[in-house]
Design a protein around this ligand. Structure first.
Ligand code: CP
Ligand code: NVA
Length: 306
């Protein structure tokens, strides 16, 4: 059987792979090359949750590499009428070369992976968002410099994006400091994995302590897709809002990042999102380039890095 290269989570691949994917993505961005490296290849995107950036960046990445794309949602496909994910995965594998899946639970992603015979890319679950973090690390390095040895601070809800930052901290060798209220802190098993793998990840409830001297301050929505209790979350998380005062504790030259969509006035002020330290537009733009690197690795393996 041929090897299937799934892109599921940064803790499931060796550290050299995401490093090389980002290098290739940055190289493609810098050169502006549009070689048809994925001609005659097709991507199926399956969305069980809404998306703007992931949807458009994967679609355009595939098109500019010479490939094709089909997109499915429960509404409008047989998934919405009860056809199983496993059966859907088997059918899609007959037609396409790679599947990108955005869903709620890791179990659903695993069901897709188990039944698919082509690579599967995690396009976000409640637990992680690895494609996002590839673009984020790429953006940090483009704007600030090599991320190894630097400090990234998270202030807010420790959600799927924060979990992928923890994975990245280990794989790319940077310090990651989390400030979140009790009850909204990262899952213990992810923290245990980081500790067991030499990660420098700390968790507390003081945003100023986390941000002090950081090279990057990052946050995300207080109410992720599928979360309940928006009012309770807002009350718990308001001390973690990234405002100009909090940014003032970061290192000189620090950047502000956010995966978007942003809710200005909740997790970050307008002044920060649209301010001089914000790199959120480059970050969103780099989703396109990072998706190219991910797709090339899934479909061409190490040959993608030549
Ligand atoms: N950041 C991100 O994944 O955005 P979308 O939900 O729009 O894809
Ligand atoms: N944490 C957010 C990310 C959206 C891209 C969510 O899951 O809704």
């Amino acid at each position: 059987m041929h090897e299937v290269r799934n892109f599921l989570d940064l803790d499931l691949i060796d550290a050299a792979t995401p490093r090389r994917i980002i290098d290739v993505s940055a190289r493609i961005k810098a050169s502006g090359e549009r070689k048809p490296l994925l001609a005659n290849h097709t991507l199926a995107m399956v969305f069980e949750k809404p998306s703007t950036r992931t949807r458009v960046s994967f679609d355009v990445a595939m098109q500019t590499l010479g490939g094709g794309v089909v997109s499915l949602e429960p509404n409008g496909s047989q998934l919405g009428r009860g056809e199983t994910l496993a059966d859907t995965a088997r059918i899609l594998s007959e037609y396409v070369d790679v599947i990108m899946f955005r869903t709620s639970s890791i179990e659903k992603l695993e069901e897709m992976v188990e039944a698919a015979t082509v690579p599967v890319i995690n396009g976000l679950t409640d637990r992680s968002h690895p494609c996002q973090i590839m673009a984020d690390v790429m953006t940090f390095e483009e704007k600030v410099g090599p991320i190894a040895g630097r400090i990234v601070a998270w202030s807010g809800d420790s959600n799927n994006v924060a979990n992928s930052w923890i994975h990245a901290a280990v794989q790319f060798g940077f310090e990651f400091r989390v400030a979140s209220p009790s009850g909204l802190q990262p899952p213990q098993d992810i923290l245990d994995w980081a500790a067991a793998n030499g990660g420098r990840v700390s968790v507390g409830d003081d945003p100023v302590a986390a941000v002090a001297g950081a090279d990057c301050v990052v946050t995300d929505t207080w109410v992720s897709m599928g979360d309940n209790g928006a009012d309770r979350r807002r009350a718990l998380l308001s001390p973690y809002r990234v405002d100009e005062g909090l940014m003032g504790h970061a290192a000189d030259g620090a950047v502000f990042m956010h995966c978007l969509p942003v809710y200005r006035g909740d997790e970050a002020t307008t002044g920060v999102v649209d301010g001089p330290q914000s790199v959120v537009w480059t970050e969103a733009g780099n989703r396109l380039h990072a998706q190219k690197g991910i797709l090339l690795w899934c479909l061409h393996g190490n040959a993608a890095f030549d």
